[in-house]
Ligand binder design. Sequence first.
Ligand code: ZN
Length: 503
Amino acid sequence: MMRLAIGGLVHETVTFLPAETTLEAFERRAVRGQAIAAAYAGSNTVYGGFLKVCQEHDVTVEGLLCAECAPSGPVAGSAFQALADEIVSRATLWRDDADGLLLHLHGAMASRADPDPERTLLLRLREALGENFPIAVAMDLHGNVGADKARLADIVCGFRRSPHTDMAETGERAARLLLRKLAGEIKPVMAMARPGLVLPSIFTATDISPLREIMAEVHAAAEQPGILDVTLFTGFAYADVPEIGATVLAMADGDTALAIRTVERLSARLVAAREALYNAAPLYNPNDALDKAAALLAEGVRPVVLLEHADRGNDSTHLLEAMVERGVGRTAVPYLHDPIVARAAANAGVGSQLMTALGGKSSELAGAPILFTGIVKFAGPLRYRITGPYRTGEEIDLGPAAVIDNGDIAVIVTTQSITAVDTDPFSQCGLDINEFDIIALRSKTHFRAAYEPIAGAILIVETPDWGPADLFGLPYRNVPPGIYPITMAPPDDGTVEGLDDGV
Ligand SMILES: [Zn+2]
């Protein structure tokens, strides 16, 4: 009987944020050993996809460690060390019993001392397991995936949708390819092209032109005879690392030349579309967004979703400040991260009146804490399984939380940082979403799966924060030449590299 080990270490690192991401943040959601199947089976997550394929093929699963936390600042070196040590030592224990490894990485993890800890982890796994031990990796569309990292795996598959509603599907793709390789049916060879650009997350929504058309070509390329899989990684613009940027990665069955031709074609397509990709949607400053929202509401268009997308700490107050100053309608702010206020409000209890200095605490760009006075309408721990289309079925624990309502604006304050992307915050806190004219979110693309069907309009609000659409104000130090638009324009054809010598 076939045996596969499953593990993962997942973090999207915003290197500009001042606070390091601690081991504790990962431990809150860490799952080990046999608990992995219980936590993730049936969920729309990468592990859910891995497990589904293993179950279908009667594969025995050996759970290593699955550790993950919400996007945040640089991963503390000691945290990475501890998590990598555990994954490597657990993998080493199973080396002689396991036929292969299914690994989930994000692709954009960074620590201050190591700009590519995922590569370091893969190197350590290679040392521990051997050059020929089969490893398949499933990664996020927002990965900064260089050749030095990708070539350490036999199989690399990435999400092709943002919102990432294909997380389980991506896990399945990776797992099926690994099983076919183990069965001797295929000989995966890889090629990648790096078109020399990086997309701000807000422009990575895969249902917005021109990315929609390019992604359709990626899907079509993946169906070509001889091609096993194709991924377009858009890159992650807020990790200031040498490997920043988009990647087109293709795997072919033994035919490196075919893989190279495939990535060359798609990479050239991206280069040609780069300006359009970078201007895919209009941006509003907070006041213009509120003017526009007021006009839409007057026409009966509701609810209006305002997207403070540049917020990378889930606590920015730029838009909230403008909304408190000039109410434009009944407003909901789902999931503002402020552990101090969340605990105080949860302790005070429903019905209490509170005067708070709310939000704006994660960094100097998050806006100042603002004076917000209101009544506590909900208080209690928030722990539930996600019902929205993104990460469906995954259990989350946000700790003590509260709704503070000033009559115009209801803010859901949480102890744990999370980006609201679906309507669960409303149902979990006893709020009727239909009551609201304005819903102020901090998501980039994931909200679209739940909100496009119900929003009257979506307005993207650009604020001076760590995740803006306009990258020119960010203090990049490590981006090499040739990354559009941060440094210089790339060569016309990008760079292309075959990662295997052919079979
Ligand atoms: Zn992503």
